[in-house]
Design a protein around this ligand. Structure first.
Ligand code: UDP
Length: 335
């Protein structure tokens, strides 16, 4: 098969590309970012990296005509963007998705749209199954623009489905692993890891009792492949994750233990990190029965096992114990 992955230069996309290449498929990545996370695949004749944008119709359409299946992962992700540049989040995630769907519809190529657990917002009734309500805050709170942009993308996908395009939606729950963000940047695991490797205090936001279900990339990718090529997936939404819930404090403890760090754990006020335009989600837990039943995939990697592999990978990177600057990033989704 020939597969197009928009945003394939990002974290999830890079693992997805590897998985399809291992199956013997041909992979085309369309990404405006650097190829750092996929350059190890350059030697493979079935791998192609196209450095361009989902807004470049000629290039996007050329690729869509070539392939059998489209994974649309290109998006602006990361809390720093939700609160830092809502305009970019909304334009890329809404208009970009519409562009991909429009051209995929024209050529009748199935689209797997990568969405996020963020769409459930702060619905207090966990675990969330795919048809549960979205509970979001005011549009005055910038953090909700990401959830809203992904939900609009889902609505667009279903609108095209009604017109006859096969679509599948995957909602990721805190996917992590090697090649996640740079240390100190983006998501909590890479932030804590950077701090732990330098023996600096880990900055737990709030009281650290908020929970997440951290999903190892290998498991998430196995489910993502099945969502694209498995039967009975058209027109469906799948939560992609594990039901094993960890508090952020437990995560901090584990990272300190597994890295053998001297770091202390400190508690910081939410506003001091994210400003006033942010609301944290107290519990985020998926119901993964549909993933088990339809995709026949179980996320079996324990947090300890996945963190060990992640830490091992980051420690091998040059300069892993230096402080990293925060850099804006256009990449794929990790939920
Ligand atoms: N968090 C934290 N310390 C940090 C960064 C994040 O305690 O330095 C918390 C954050 O407040 C949230 C959780 O870790 O409760 C996960 O944050 P992340 O940005 O990884 O993604 P989210 O799951 O909120 O989308």
């Amino acid at each position: 098969m020939k597969i197009l992955i928009t945003g394939g230069g990002g974290f999830v996309g890079s693992h997805l590309a590897e998985a399809f290449l291992e199956r013997g498929d041909e992979v085309f990545i369309l990404d405006i970012g650097p190829n750092t996370k996929v350059r190890h695949l350059n030697q493979n004749p079935d791998f192609h990296f196209i450095h361009s944008s989902i807004f470049d119709d000629a290039i996007l359409e050329g690729l869509i005509t070539k392939v059998d299946l489209v994974y649309h992962l290109a998006a602006v992700v990361g809390v720093e963007h939700y609160v830092g540049d809502p305009h970019q989040v909304l334009s890329v995630n809404v208009n970009g998705t519409q562009n991909v769907l429009k051209l995929a519809f024209k050529h009748q190529k199935k689209v797997v749209f990568s969405s996020t657990s963020e769409v459930y917002g702060r619905n207090p009734k966990v675990p969330w199954s795919e048809d549960d309500d979205r509970v979001l805050g005011s549009t005055r709170i910038d953090r909700w623009c990401y959830a809203t942009s992904k939900a609009v993308g889902e609505h667009f996908a279903f609108a095209y489905q009604r017109m006859g395009l096969p679509v599948t939606i995957v909602r990721y729950f805190n996917v992590y692993g090697p090649r996640l963000d740079a240390l100190d940047v983006g998501r909590v695991i890479t932030i804590f890891l950077g701090q732990a490797l330098r023996n600096e205090p880990l900055t737990v936001v709030g009281n650290g009792q908020q929970t997440r279900c951290f999903t190892f990339c290998k498991d998430a990718v196995e489910a993502t492949v099945a969502a694209g090529i498995g039967s009975g997936t058209d027109g469906q939404i799948f939560n992609i994750g594990t039901e094993v819930e960890s508090t952020i404090y437990e995560l901090a403890r584990k990272i300190v233990d597994l890295t053998g760090s001297q770091s202390e754990i400190c508690f910081v006020r939410e506003e001091s990190i994210y400003g006033e335009s942010y609301e944290d989600i107290p519990r985020r837990v998926p119901d993964v029965s549909r993933m088990h039943q339809v995709l026949n995939v179980h996320a079996r990697t324990s947090l300890d096992e996945g963190l060990r592999e992640t830490i091992h990978w980051f420690c091998k990177q040059p300069g892993s114990r230096q402080r990293h600057k925060q850099t804006p990033q256009l990449a794929s989704v990790a939920g």
